[in-house]
Design a protein around this ligand. Structure first.
Ligand code: PA5
Length: 322
């Protein structure tokens, strides 16, 4: 097969567990002092997804909100710690949001590899440059999580971080399962379902399929989909769509029952593949789905003979907006 992975995404994926470990080291000993009653994570796309994961992981000591846009909620004030996550440091929505946050007296911590963001922040956590933002999720999420733990705003146990990094270290099995999933999705539009609590893993996979494989994909959550999207299966064609259910033993028992029943309903119209999370802690389980999805989207790109790394339309749009 022709090598289309010109920019070397395979290497980045193989090194992802080491990236997560390095991120924990970068943030170790870094914290912010102060009385905060909430955390607001501002970030877009590959940088914003870390906020979604953080919001899902149990252990936050204060409410966590995620903003993916230009404006912040009216309630943001001096008691809010704003975590501005932008890999490039130049994303205009994120810069706009933190400008507003600063004018409300909120303190801003930047997680970035450079750009304009550092000059606008009260504190900077620098991560290595040279990656596509979505490939730097390890750097962006694990620095964020560890920093908030160090600052007394979250309580994620070391044992959970360790379990997650060592589970991801079973790279070969994620790679192999990802290739199988890509073969299942090939030639069809994946429709991805998760529980609400695993939503970040489903949304990440949808975006990775879009960006790596240059391929459409959709994501919705249980139980909400049972109240709308379920009806659309009457009009789904087997050759056009493929359903991928990302499952987790920790999902609410009624959600698990709904997913079991709906799987039977889906199968009448389309092919369905179920994938179960691995690991004990929630952190390990959600990252097991994320890492599997990253591999699956990479292999789907190879099957389509497209380079998984470049995202030229995103860059072109950013230039047109200057
Ligand atoms: O995957 C991507 O390249 C995008 O989703 C970017 O993450 C997004 O445009 C935001 O850019 P940055 O991560 O540099 O803030």
């Amino acid at each position: 097969m022709k090598n289309v992975d010109g920019a070397g995404m395979e290497k980045v994926l193989l090194e992802f567990p080491a990236q997560c470990r390095r991120a924990l080291e970068i943030a170790s000993g870094q914290h912010i002092a102060g009385e905060f009653n909430r955390v607001l994570v501002c970030g877009m796309g590959g940088s914003g997804i870390g906020g979604d994961v953080l919001k899902a992981v149990p252990g936050s000591r204060v409410p966590v909100q995620v903003v993916k846009g230009y404006e912040i909620p009216a309630s943001v004030d001096r008691g809010t710690l704003v975590m501005a996550v932008s890999y490039s440091g130049n994303t205009e929505e994120t810069l706009s949001a933190i400008r507003q946050a600063g004018s409300r007296g909120a303190r801003v911590v930047a997680i970035t590899s450079g750009g304009e963001l550092p000059a606008m922040a009260d504190k900077i956590i620098s991560v290595p440059g040279g990656f596509q933002p979505r490939n730097a999720l390890g750097y962006l999420f694990f620095t964020l999580a560890r920093f908030l733990c160090n600052s007394g705003l979250a309580d994620i146990k070391d044992i959970d971080f360790d379990e997650t990094v060592s589970l991801l270290g079973e790279t070969g099995s994620f790679n192999k399962a990802g290739r199988e999933l890509a073969e299942f999705m090939q030639g069809r539009t994946p429709v991805i379902y998760t529980s609400d609590s695993m939503s970040a893993a489903g949304y990440r996979l949808k975006c990775q399929i879009n960006e790596n494989a240059k391929h459409p994909a959709f994501h919705h959550t249980f139980p909400e989909m049972c109240h709308n999207e379920l009806v659309a299966f009457a009009g789904m064609e087997r050759d056009s769509f493929a359903v991928l259910m990302l499952r987790d033993e920790g999902d609410h028992e009624r959600v698990r029952k709904r997913m079991d029943i709906c799987k039977g309903i889906f199968e009448k119209s389309v092919d369905v593949r179920e994938v179960w999370s691995r690991g004990t802690s929630f952190l390990a389980r959600i990252f097991s789905l994320i890492y599997l999805g990253d591999w699956a989207s990479y292999h789907l790109a190879l099957l389509k003979v497209v380079d998984p790394t470049p995202v030229e339309p995103i860059e072109r749009l950013k230039k047109l907006l200057l």
